[in-house]
Design a protein around this ligand. Structure first.
Ligand code: AMP
Length: 552
């Protein structure tokens, strides 16, 4: 491998200096599909570069909206009109991707989001925007298509392949659905890679000695921590852990609740229930939160936020300081500690063995987050990469490695969640343990529980609970045609497979008859294949040229 290539990536990511990584211009893009923002990068003439959008911005909000005149908007344009058109503006779609409608996370999203979330036929979440129901991969697909357009405009030619990143903690349904979103966007997804792995790849630690590193990624919606080891031309993930519902947005909401409480005490007006006022408050809180990363005090000023019963306008004005922000959000940030502990235990690594801590995700700019990380690991995190861009840069490097033999380290990643099957009594039998290196496959022999039983039902689960019903049901299938035999005699071999994208497939074979069935694992929360094909076709013919404009 060309160690120069990998190190070059680091130099570029850290310093912004152009570094020749060798190789030809790549047309495969790397996309960081974020909860709040997206970033697209490409290796061009041997250099990984972040591609700015039409407005010159290096990240694009993951927002989609339908304006009053029926026009579809994406990116900055969609975000900018969110306050006045909250019900028809979808953001945070990544929180819903691959989730079943009745899961607690989706329930929470329904309570939080001003747009309407409805149930789809595969118990997936969908959103109703301006009277039309959109699937979540469609929304993410529209955002991805915009990133594709940004790249095409920059490169001056069509782009139809990409590497897309996901939180390391995404389960099978979330990964599959992200891949589906890519197809809807008109992109062949060469690989789904984990965000922290991409970040570590972009950093490209330039030393040959074995080193253990931590990628602490607190973004808008998710928290991930990965522990990696590099050396000898290999970048290996030892363990990963995370929470797909812990991020900057939760900090914003904690602050919104606090401010709404103050307003209630001052004016006896409850802002909860007034979508537009809440959206304005949320925007102001997020801005204040970001300000307080570099100043000690900031103003939240919202004129005409409400009216009293006589119609008199009410304004909200509050001086917020960093200490108060930290007081109301500390608990959320502290929650990341136990997740770090779990990852260290899984990696069989002591804090003292960690050489480097990389901070990724916009929320790591918060001083409180940096203090908690420093305190936990007993080490100051590495400063020097742009947390908004490093993941997309890593994805672009991986894209070039896959498509044009661009040389880089061998990536060895793990599955974040255990895979197993439901057994008698409602338990889960683990077949592949979490943090097993992927790709991987494992076989297990099953049998019948009754004489002459013609079929067996196998329920494939993903998750860490001992109880079957507390894990994600990836799919269930019935293996038929089992020869008549005494109970316990037939041998049914079930093969569980996780590919390099972290996507699961399962097949089963009756060893007596050699009859095989391969099972399409179509987890709840994903699209059924027919609908996906229809959407891919619809959007490819489509013409929704979603134009972003300058600004933001
Ligand atoms: P990401 O998903 O990585 O784009 O992270 C977005 C999150 O980072 C959002 O919740 C932002 O509010 C938050 N964020 C961005 N910049 C800052 C900042 N300067 N201080 C605190 N949080 C920030």
């Amino acid at each position: 491998m060309s160690r120069r290539g990998w190190h070059g990536a680091k130099a570029r990511a850290c310093t912004g200096l152009a570094t020749n990584l060798g190789g030809t211009m790549s047309r495969v893009i790397g996309i960081d599909l974020g909860t709040t923002n997206c970033c697209v990068a490409v290796v061009e003439d041997g250099h990984p570069v972040v591609i700015p959008n039409t407005g010159g911005y290096r990240t694009t909000p993951s927002h989609f909206a339908v304006a009053e005149d029926g026009k579809r908007l994406v990116g900055h344009l969609a975000k900018r009109q969110a306050i006045t058109n909250a019900r028809n503006t979808v953001y945070n779609a990544k929180r819903l991707i691959g989730r079943s409608f009745d899961c607690p996370e989706a329930e929470r999203a329904r309570a939080m989001c001003p747009y309407e979330i409805v149930e789809g036929p595969n118990r997936d979440c969908r959103v109703r925007v301006a009277g039309r129901v959109y699937t979540i991969p469609e929304i993410s697909g529209i955002v991805l298509r915009e990133m594709k357009r940004v790249a095409e405009e920059y490169l001056g030619e069509p782009v139809d392949r990409a590497v897309i990143t996901v939180p390391a903690y995404f389960n099978d349904a979330q990964r599959q659905t992200t891949k589906d979103a890519g197809r809807i966007a008109g992109l062949e997804v060469l690989r789904i890679i984990n965000e922290p792995t991409a970040a570590a790849l972009a950093y490209g630690f330039g030393r040959d000695e074995a080193e253990k590193i931590v990628v602490y990624d607190l973004g808008g919606g998710t928290f991930d921590i990965s522990i990696l080891e590099k050396g000898g031309g290999v970048l290996e993930v030892l363990a990963t852990a995370g929470d797909t519902f812990l991020g900057g947005e939760d900090i914003d909401l904690a602050l919104v609740d606090r401010m709404a409480q103050i307003f209630l005490e001052q004016e006896e007006i409850n802002l909860h229930g007034d979508t537009m006022a809440l959206q304005r408050l949320k925007d102001a809180c997020e801005k204040a939160k970001c300000d307080l990363s570099h100043t000690d005090e900031t103003e939240i000023h919202l004129p005409f936020i409400a009216a009293d019963e006589n119609g008199a306008a009410k304004h909200f004005s509050y001086t917020l300081n960093r200490e108060e922000l930290e007081e109301f959000t500390r608990e959320l940030v502290e929650q990341t500690r136990s997740i770090c502990e779990a990852a260290l235990a899984d990696a069989r690594t002591e804090k003292e063995d960690i050489c480097q801590i990389l901070l990724v995700g916009g929320q790591t700019r918060m001083p409180l987050v940096q203090r908690v990380v420093t305190d936990f690991f007993g080490k100051v995190p590495h400063k020097g990469v742009n947390p908004d861009e490093v993941v997309a840069i890593g994805a672009a490097i991986q894209a070039a490695m896959l498509s044009e033999g661009f040389e880089g380290p061998l990536l060895v990643d793990v599955t974040p969640l255990s895979l197993g099957i439901a057994t008698y009594g409602g338990h889960m039998a683990r077949i592949i343990e979490r943090n097993t290196t992927v790709p991987t496959s494992k076989k297990q022999i099953f049998t019948t529980t009754r004489d002459d039983q013609p079929a067996v039902k196998i329920r494939v689960l993903q998750g860490e609970s001992e109880r079957a019903d507390e894990n994600d049901l990836l799919g269930e299938f019935i293996l038929t045609g089992i020869r008549a035999a005494k109970k316990g005699d037939p041998e049914i071999e079930v093969n569980f497979d996780i590919d390099a994208n972290g996507i699961v497939s399962v097949s089963a074979r009756d060893l007596g008859t050699n009859q095989e069935q391969s099972i399409q694992v179509n987890p709840r929360g994903t699209l059924v294949p027919e609908e996906l094909d229809r959407l891919v076709e619809e959007y490819s013919a489509d013409a929704v040229r979603l134009k972003d404009d300058p600004g933001g």
